[in-house]
Ligand binder design. Sequence first.
Ligand SMILES: C[S@@+](CC[C@H](N)C(=O)[O-])C[C@H]1O[C@@H](n2cnc3c(N)ncnc32)[C@H](O)[C@@H]1O
Length: 273
Amino acid sequence: MRTVDEQTLIEDFSAQYEHLQNPVAREIERNVCGCDYGGTSWTTRAEADWICDLLQLNSDRRLLEVGAGCGWPGLYMARKTGCELMLVDLPLEGLRIAARRVIDDGLEGRCRLVVADAVALPFGNQEFDAISHSDVLCCLDKKLNALQDCHRVMRAGGIMVFTVISIAPGLPTKDHNHAIEFGPPYVDSASDYSAMLSRSGWAIGDAVDLTAEYASTSNRYLRQLESHRSELKDLLGGEEFRAQLTRMRSKVAAIDQGLFRRELYLTKRTHPD
Ligand SMILES: C[S@@+](CC[C@H](N)C(=O)[O-])C[C@H]1O[C@@H](n2cnc3c(N)ncnc32)[C@H](O)[C@@H]1O
């Protein structure tokens, strides 16, 4: 049984995944991120290329993408590197769209999709060589449990790369609360990611600060919303468009003010059990 919060999150993402298939939304995504999968993370195509390299993907590797949405960036990485791919997420709507893309891109036989919770992955121990997730831990409550379950299903020596948005440390309470209001659904975290990674058995290879890129990508997105104003009004209705634009302006202002951090973690499972 899902909590009310989880159910709301699934419904919100489902609605976004449906909307993002519209040609206007796809054009915006191409202009902002260089891809058109219907992504909701801030991962650009250049970042996805970099993650492929960090994960050392090739046709012998089995990749798990957690919180896969419509398949961005997992399907792109599978197409580019020839790796095997398992996509996992909670909203069925996103995975349905991803399943169509699997067929369109000729990836049948190499890609599978499962509706599952990141904290209870329906796989055996040490089944994967690589794991990726893009801005997913900031969208779920049980971050440590998700990192622990990723560790369980990863083989020894396997690499996990993920991006995550967090609240900048040391903010006054008012700014911290403002960040909670305009950040991803579970942006606040009692513990930092380095500590949670260590507690769940991961060795950190690198932690790269991508906040400046996050600011420029989100500003680009805001400019695209403004320049596609009339098409988006037709699509969403004037009231909904204005609400989304106002929220995005506040969010971008908060990012520019330095209330958030976006980081990429490169981690490894070093122990066999
Ligand atoms: C920011 S979106 C990223 C989606 C996609 N990877 C992309 O880049 O567009 C975060 C995703 O995390 C998923 N998510 C949130 N909680 C989850 C959970 N407990 N288990 C699995 N996925 C979850 C959401 O459903 C959503 O699709």
